[in-house]
Structures are given as structure tokens and as C-alpha cells.
Design a protein around this ligand. Structure first.
Ligand code: SAM
Length: 280
């Protein structure tokens, strides 16, 4: 059966190249090219962008990105078994796909990319969360990417968009919402993948803001937020005592009640507290 890009169907690609899914690499492949094109469309207009795709596997999402008009795709895949399959896609889209056989946690892809850059990935969930935190905490802002479109297990996606007062509100929500606009844009049931995982998945799209929503030193903000949520059941005057002996005064100066718990404080409050802590 022909596909829209003239390449073999993904099931055939997987068979031809012996890409039996490896649990150790978190491999759950998307086989429906209509679905991968739909995910690619969630990343916005790709025609004037380079796309960094992490974990392309047999290339279903890669083909979606190219079919949706990405100017160029840099695909970083750790599993060397997938490289031959990805090279066939590169041949079908001359000059538009570069494949890098590497661990995305170990490389810096920036000098291979021309801005504007959009990042798209369906990754194993542990790697996805680790990379998300790195993408959200670069030394400079705005970062080198303009958006991230990432697949997560639904529970992680909910933590990224969580609002104050909710059980899922924490460090991830604050890091994400301080300097990006995150939205859940798609939900996928386990059957969308082969093999099906145990959990439901969600695609989250995060647009980088040009400037943070509230002023704060990133490192100080990360420190106070981590301390606050490490003991999320405690009142902040107790949870943050180790940060400064006069923490109650600093909380008050930031407009936060010392008896509040971390999950009650909106991002604006955390940033105000980070500014108070930065005063020395
Ligand atoms: N994107 C493909 C799809 O949607 O069908 C594959 C998704 S599968 C969930 C995750 C992919 O990430 C696998 O191909 C796996 O080999 C790759 N991967 C896992 N860890 C990686 C890492 N550290 N760096 C780069 N790729 C990685």
C-alpha cells in the first residue's frame, strides 16, 4: 500500500530493518502517518524553521514533519538500528533531513541548527522530562528554540500546565509557565502506539515567551522552588527555614503568608520571593 510520501508503510520499515521495540530505549512507535502529521501540525508553521527532532526511531514523526513542510529536520537517535531507515527518508527529501546517531542527553545540537528552531519529540518519558528541564533552564533567555512540542505521559503533561492550588502544581509547572506558554494540544490512547504503553499520552506545546513573565534570577528561583516543594506539606516558614534565618520577613516582603504551603503560591509570588532572597 502506497503512503503519501511514497515511502513504505511504517510496519514494513520496522520489519525490513528489524526494529523490534526495545524496552530499555523506551520504544513505543507511532505507526499511523496521519496521526504523526497531525502531531507535526501542532508545532506550528514549520516552513521557515529548522526542526530538532529527538528520538525519531523508525521515522513516523520525522515523515510527518517533512510532509508538513519543515524547512530542515535534524533527527537525533540513540538506537543505531534505526539509522538505515532514517537514511531512506533523507534520500526521499534531499537536503532536508540530517540524521545524527547520538544520545540527546550528551550532545549540544545548536551549531547544526539555523534559527528559528522548533523542537519536536516523542521520547521515553524519563528522557523527555530531563530534556524538558534542560530546555527550560538555559543560561540565556530567550533560548535558541522558539517552541517545544513534546509527547509525555498524561500525568506529566498535567503537571506542566497545572495551576496553583492543585495537587499537580509544582516545580515543573513553575519552570514551564514562568517563561513559556504551555498547552496540552492532543491526547493519545495507548493503542496509538506499537507496542501500546500502559498509560495515556498527551502532546504538550510550549511557546517560548520573549521575556519571563516576572523578574527573577533563574538560579535563585530554582533553589527556592525546589526547597518549597521538597516539603510541600509543610508551611513555607518551616519548609524554607534552611534558606535564611529571617525567612518569615522575606516571605512577608514577597507578599506570601508564612503559613501557606508551596502549592498555594502563584508564580508571581515565587518570583517575588526569589528577588527577596537575591538581596543577600
Ligand atoms: N519518534 C518515534 C515515534 O514517534 O514513533 C519513536 C518514539 S519512541 C517512544 C522513543 C525513541 O527515542 C526511540 O526511537 C529511542 O530509541 C529514542 N531514544 C531513547 N533515548 C534516547 C536518547 N537519550 N537520545 C536520543 N534518542 C533516544
Amino acid at each position: 500500500m502506497a503512503t503519501f510520501d511514497g515511502l513504505p508503510p511504517l510496519r514494513e520499515v520496522i520489519e525490513t530493518h528489524g526494529l523490534v521495540a526495545k524496552k530499555s530505549l523506551g520504544q513505543n512507535f507511532l505507526l499511523d502517518l496521519n496521526l504523526t502529521s497531525k502531531i507535526a501540525r501542532q508545532a506550528g508553521d514549520l516552513s521557515k524553521c529548522d526542526v530538532l527532532e529527538v528520538g525519531p526511531g523508525p521515522g513516523g514523526l520525522t515523515r510527518g514533519l517533512l510532509a508538513e513542510g519543515a524547512r530542515r529536520v535534524l533527527a537525533v537517535e540513540k538506537d543505531s538500528r534505526a539509522i538505515a531507515a532514517l537514511s531512506e527518508i533523507a534520500a526521499a527529501y534531499p537536503g532536508r533531513l540530517e540524521v545524527l546517531n547520538a544520545d540527546a542527553l550528551e550532545i549540544d545540537p545548536r551549531d547544526r541548527l539555523t534559527p528559528p528552531v522548533r523542537v519536536v519529540a516523542n521520547l521515553p518519558y524519563n528522557v523527555g522530562t530531563e530534556l524538558l528541564v534542560r530546555w527550560l533552564t538555559p543560561p540565556e533567555w530567550p533560548p535558541y528554540w522558539t517552541s517545544l512540542t513534546l509527547m509525555f505521559q498524561r500525568e506529566v503533561a498535567e503537571r506542566i500546565v497545572a495551576q496553583p492550588g492543585s495537587r499537580t502544581y509544582g516545580r515543573l509547572a513553575i519552570l514551564a509557565q514562568w517563561r513559556t506558554r504551555p498547552r496540552i494540544v492532543m491526547e493519545l490512547p495507548p493503542e496509538a502506539f506499537s507496542p501500546p504503553p500502559k498509560i495515556h499520552s498527551s502532546v504538550v506545546h510550549l511557546e517560548a515567551l520573549t521575556a519571563p513573565r516576572f523578574a527573577a534570577e533563574p538560579k535563585v528561583l530554582e533553589r527556592v522552588v525546589a526547597a518549597g516543594f521538597n516539603q510541600r506539606r509543610k508551611m513555607l516558614r518551616a519548609a524554607l527555614r534552611g534558606l535564611a534565618p529571617d525567612i518569615e520577613d522575606r516571605l512577608a516582603a514577597a507578599g506570601i503568608r508564612p503559613t501557606d504551603r508551596a502549592e498555594q503560591v502563584p508564580i508571581e509570588g515565587w518570583c517575588a520571593l526569589a528577588r527577596e532572597m537575591a538581596k543577600g
